[in-house]
Design a protein around this ligand. Structure first.
Ligand code: HSE
Length: 381
């Protein structure tokens, strides 16, 4: 197997190092903007060198972002080369086009590192859905925000002070707003739902609220009431062939499995018709955990043709007006909506009666214009 590695950053560098122990996989080229002495002849700055080399059978895209990654991946597939990528943004934005092209060209297309870092989540979801329906997927899917929330909960630190640590440890995206505003989780939730339910969602269909505005006082208040806050993704099969999907901070009882997930770890679950709930736990971010998932994909492909985890995909509407939760909401400016739904008062915020995610996110998007520091979190009993 001869590969071209696109990107020599945190994960790309990790893959390169790991492959030194896998002589059956030859790194023929490493594409980067800069030249690196240690790469010698392998280092290239012009992608066409790798693309036009018929010996390269597999392209590993670890540049991140949409362009030029999208063009590079399409060019690789069009040239009949297999593709492995960790790029959830690219996959979420161009799901149909990439799956269609990979299928047409009959090339392997694996993206295990895109969801869950080290966790073999997508390959197991692919296996699980063969035996019966998957009725739910979701969980803690972002290492950076889990690291931040865990550190705030354990140590009482402020949001700002722990974000810098997460960046230093190599967990955060290049632009950490993708982590803290929940966009990274939204993309992972979308990809998981697409694979689980054989559908094709677009980003706009999933309401998302992140943790940018959470304060040390919020966290202390949750502790006082026996809860731990996690950024949580949910995608559910509803009766009548409908689906619900949303991403929001969620309060879990202290001592629950979710509440116990530390540092950069993820906990991702599916609910299977016959197997019940299956949960996967592991490091969700970081150089070697993520590189490991990429190398596993490469070894899988080396063993034979590996199409994407779903053979079908179709646009599907989302219905977020069926499930209901109570919510913690901290806000400054009173509105008619909150006046009508508040049921209980905690030290630092209000608790609503059970309302739908559609109502909560709609209210937030209106109210934040006048009240930008609002924080809310769903309560799971
Ligand atoms: N920034 C991501 C995270 C990296 O923190 O989970 C892994 O996708």
């Amino acid at each position: 197997m001869n590969i071209a590695l696109l990107g020599y950053g945190v994960v790309g560098g990790g893959v390169y190092e790991m492959l030194k122990d896998h002589p059956e996989i030859t790194v023929r080229y490493v594409l980067d903007r800069e030249r690196h002495e240690e790469l010698g002849e392998r280092g290239i700055t012009d992608y066409s060198v790798a693309l036009s080399d018929p010996e390269v059978d597999t392209v590993v895209e670890l540049i991140g972002g949409l362009e030029p990654a999208f063009q590079y991946v399409k060019d690789a597939m069009a040239a009949g080369k297999n593709v492995v990528t960790a790029n959830k943004y690219l996959l979420a934005m161009h799901y149909d086009e990439l799956l269609t092209l990979a299928k047409e060209k009959k090339v392997s297309f694996r993206t295990s590192a895109a969801v869950g870092g080290s966790i073999p989540w997508l390959p197991n979801l692919e296996r699980a859905k063969r035996t019966g329906l998957i009725n739910e997927v979701g969980g803690i899917m972002n290492g950076t925000t889990n690291y931040i929330l865990d550190s705030m909960t354990r140590n009482g630190y402020s949001f700002e002070s722990v974000l810098a640590d997460a960046q230093r440890l190599g967990y955060a995206e290049a632009d950490p707003s993708a982590d803290i505003d929940g966009l990274d989780v939204k993309r992972k939730c979308l990809i998981s739902a697409n694979v689980a339910f054989d559908m094709s969602l677009s980003e706009e269909q999933l309401p998302v609220f992140g943790i940018r505005t959470v304060t040390a006082e919020d966290i202390a208040c949750f502790k006082e009431h026996g809860y731990v806050c996690k950024l949580y993704a949910t995608a559910l099969r509803l009766p009548e062939g409908e689906y619900s999907a949303f991403v929001e901070p969620t309060l879990f009882p202290a001592g629950s499995l979710e509440a116990s997930v530390p540092a950069n770890y993820n906990l991702i679950s599916y609910l299977s018709e016959y197997a019940g709930r299956q949960s996967y736990y592991g490091e969700g971010a970081g150089r070697y955990p993520t590189a490991n998932a990429v190398v596993e994909d490469l070894i899988d492909i080396k063993e034979g043709y590996k199409p994407f985890y779903s053979k079908e995909w179709a646009p599907t509407p989302i219905n977020n007006v069926e499930v209901k939760h109570r919510y913690y909401v901290r806000y400054l400016v009173d509105t008619w909506f909150m006046d009508g739904v508040v049921e209980e008062r905690w030290e630092n915020g209000m608790i609503t009666k059970a309302i739908t995610p559609a109502e909560m996110h709609y209210w937030y998007n209106e109210a934040k214009q006048n009240d930008p520091d609002i924080f809310f979190a769903a309560l799971r009993a």
